[in-house]
Ligand binder design. Structure first.
Ligand SMILES: Nc1ncnc2c1ncn2[C@@H]1O[C@H](COP(=O)(O)OP(=O)(O)OP(=O)(O)O)[C@@H](O)[C@H]1O
Ligand SMILES: [Mg+2]
Length: 265
């Protein structure tokens, strides 16, 4: 398996549980190589986001170009972008790496409720990123915002997923974390059909960064040349084991154990 170079375009989480810190940990633990274009520095811990310092657009783009021109990338992953101009920068970087698979995590709201995307940028995500996505990984509220359809049941997730395919995504991983119920079901939907990833919901508050971790783990697999379903299945297992092993840090939504496979149990 080639090492798999992943360019991550995302925001920093000082708490280390989500954002590009989670991305780097997930990509590294799955044996791939992580490089980053930082879009924003968030002041954040397990209790929430208290400030956001955006990185200038030309520095975001220059980071991406510096990585692509020298190191190269076998997959690109986007996370927190913040506003429509940053979405446009991400689209340009994607276009400068033709043929490279792209995992778009359409991050909008942090677990603690803070907005991580200007609501006026939702249209830009819809028109500029969804059609460039090899794999789109919305949670339920993000799927609602992108499609205008409800996303409160697994059937709703399926309908949203098909709408997002029609909007141009090649594949959609509809995350069921926000859908109520004892069972937790994620759906991978492509033009060829659907795979369900299902398990009991883990009873825990330590789910900070689950979405970032899942999307980056998928990107690592695609970068390493795994087929889509295998990459998603490995990522899903990785995230679930990481939630189960969460170390219980902080007073709010704590981080996962990205290094669970190194523990001696
Ligand atoms: N309590 C839980 N038990 C098991 N799996 C979970 C739990 N919460 C989330 N997951 C899994 O974590 C992944 C992320 O799902 P979720 O819907 O929480 O994404 P998200 O809202 O984007 O996360 P984030 O807030 O980190 O951005 C999915 O694979 C989901 O199934
Ligand atoms: Mg998310």
């Amino acid at each position: 398996m080639s090492i798999g170079r992943v360019l991550i375009i995302a925001g920093s989480d000082s708490g280390g549980g989500a954002g590009l810190q989670a991305d780097i940990k997930a990509v590294t633990m799955l044996g791939a190589y992580a490089a980053t274009a930082v879009t924003a520095i968030t002041v954040q811990n397990t209790l929430g986001v208290s400030a956001v310092h955006p990185v200038p657009l030309e520095i975001i783009e220059a980071q991406g170009r510096a990585v692509l021109d020298d190191i190269g990338a076998d997959a690109i992953k986007t996370g927190m972008l913040g506003d429509a101009s940053t979405v446009a920068v991400a689209a340009r970087l994607i276009d400068s790496a033709p043929g490279v698979p792209v995992v778009v995590d359409p991050v909008m709201i942090a677990k603690g409720g803070a907005s991580l995307l200007d609501p006026r940028a939702i249209a830009a995500v819809r028109s500029e990123l969804v059609p460039r996505a090899t794999l789109l990984t919305p949670n339920a509220p993000e799927a609602e915002a992108l499609t205008g359809l409800p996303a409160t049941s697994t059937d709703d997730l399926r309908r949203c997923g098909h709408a997002l395919l029609r909007m141009g995504a090649r594949a959609v991983l509809m995350k069921g974390g926000h859908v109520p119920g004892d069972r937790l079901i994620d759906l991978l939907i492509t033009a060829d059909g659907e795979s369900a990833f299902e398990d009991a919901r883990i009873d825990t508050v330590h789910t900070h960064g689950t979405g970032c971790t899942l999307a980056s783990a998928c990107a690592a697999g695609l970068a390493q040349g795994l087929d889509l379903t295998t990459a998603v299945a490995r990522a899903w297992n990785y995230v679930h084991r990481a939630i189960e092993a969460a170390p219980g840090l902080g007073k709010g939504h704590g981080p996962l154990d990205h290094a669970w496979m190194l523990r001696d149990r």
